[in-house]
Design a protein around this ligand. Structure first.
Ligand SMILES: [Zn+2]
Length: 391
């Protein structure tokens, strides 16, 4: 992965936030680092004599972020929050909002506390495909330790306060001089520095380590497959629309990757092992439905039956999300994504493309392995997501 940092562009910048916007956009512009609102960045600055953390606001995309996309939050308040023994994520979000010095700014990222407790001016966080591909493999943690000997490695913990608290405890004994960055297992990577260019370059170097490892140990060759199955798209659209209760937009993907993936003999086993990074679950659900013959209704019924089982196993009275799949792998045909409109279907398709590639590569490392069913449920039924449904 190449650094895109251009000193000629950066020499015009005078404020911390200008540098922050610039390198955030460099990261956001690469879909192998962050996808559709994923990842977040921050800078610590001083405003009217007070320490302020500017952290990515929710609803903003790193690729297109502007200065006003960063939420200015009192740093001391965030650091204090990290020391609490217990805090619900709803309460965390509300306290973070309370600590903003500009109430018209967007809500701070749910990872704001984490950014606050890393004692460097610039903090960069991505969900790099290469890093999570290695991480989401059978011996992921060992492989990650091998690739990242100078990084702090945190076993999977759900995003939100509990993750911030876990890292707060880990950081108590850390030797920062020998820590190049942090890997959140099954989730992503953090780099940091007091200099914006160095923090960005550490991200590029860190991700390159994973890319080099994959190139050597899991080189993916996409074979040329032709579609060998038919799909009655209109029928699929009609049935999915009925199940979801609104007219869905369906987007067919027959790219070489999608065809290669859908042509695997044991696609049912291959494609149903979970998401690449936890936040994807909100868009894609844990798994796609698998269509292996012309009986689309049967495939939908099976998916919903399994979804209900999963919901019933873990629920403590959460509002159930519509149990229909958000995308399908159609054997020997390709994939189909379902959205409320073209935009949503495209986002789901983008995520699927990155996931399919990661699954195929992680299988070369001994087997793709995502977070557990129970961790999936916690993410999909996160109180912050439930709150949106209640609205
Ligand atoms: Zn993240």
């Amino acid at each position: 992965m190449k650094s895109l940092y251009d000193d000629n562009v950066a020499k015009e910048f005078t404020s911390d936030l200008e540098f922050r916007v610039y390198t955030s956009r460099l990261l956001g512009g690469d879909s192998s680092l962050v996808l559709h609102g994923g990842g977040n960045t921050s800078v610590k600055s001083i405003i009217d004599g007070e320490d302020i953390l500017y952290v990515k606001g929710s609803g903003w995309d790193l690729a297109t972020i502007e200065a006003e996309g960063f939420a200015p939050v009192k740093l001391d308040v965030l650091k204090q929050m990290a020391t609490l023994t217990k805090l619900s994520d709803t309460e965390m979000v509300s306290q973070q909002k309370e600590a903003m010095i500009d109430k018209s700014a967007p809500n701070p990222s749910v990872e704001a506390i984490l950014h606050a407790i890393i004692p460097f001016k610039y903090v960069d966080h991505t969900h790099s495909d290469a890093v999570v591909t290695i991480s989401n493999s059978e011996n992921g943690i060992e492989l990650i330790k091998e690739v990242y000997p100078d990084y702090l490695i945190i076993p999977y913990v759900m995003p939100g306060f509990i993750l911030a608290q876990t890292i707060y405890n880990e950081l108590k004994n850390i030797d920062w001089d020998s820590c190049e960055g942090i890997i959140l297992h099954n989730h992503g990577i953090f780099t940091f520095d007091n200099d914006p260019k160095k923090s960005y370059k550490k991200m590029i170097n860190g991700v390159t380590k994973a890319e080099d490892f994959l190139e050597k140990n899991a080189p993916l060759v996409i074979e040329k497959y032709m579609p060998r199955a038919e799909l009655d798209i209109e029928n699929l659209q009609r049935i999915i629309s009925k199940e979801k209760g609104y007219d869905v937009f369906v987007k067919v993907n027959q790219s070489p990757l999608a065809l290669h993936y859908a042509s695997q003999r044991n696609i049912q086993d291959i494609a149903t092992r979970g998401v690449l990074t936890p936040e994807h679950i909100i868009r894609t659900k844990r798994n796609p439905m698998i269509i292996e013959d012309s009986d689309i209704q049967k495939a939908i019924d099976l998916f919903e039956e399994e979804y209900l089982e999963y919901y019933n196993e873990f629920t403590a009275n959460e509002i159930m999300i519509n149990p229909t799949a958000n995308w399908a792998v159609v054997k020997n045909y390709g994939t189909v994504s379902f959205g409320k409109d073209e935009k949503e279907a495209s986002i789901i398709e983008d995520i699927n493309n990155h996931t399919m590639k990661a699954v195929l590569q992680a299988d070369m490392l001994g087997g793709y392995k995502s977070i557990s069913l129970s961790d999936c449920f916690d993410m999909e039924y996160w109180e912050l997501e439930q709150a949106k449904l209640k609205k």
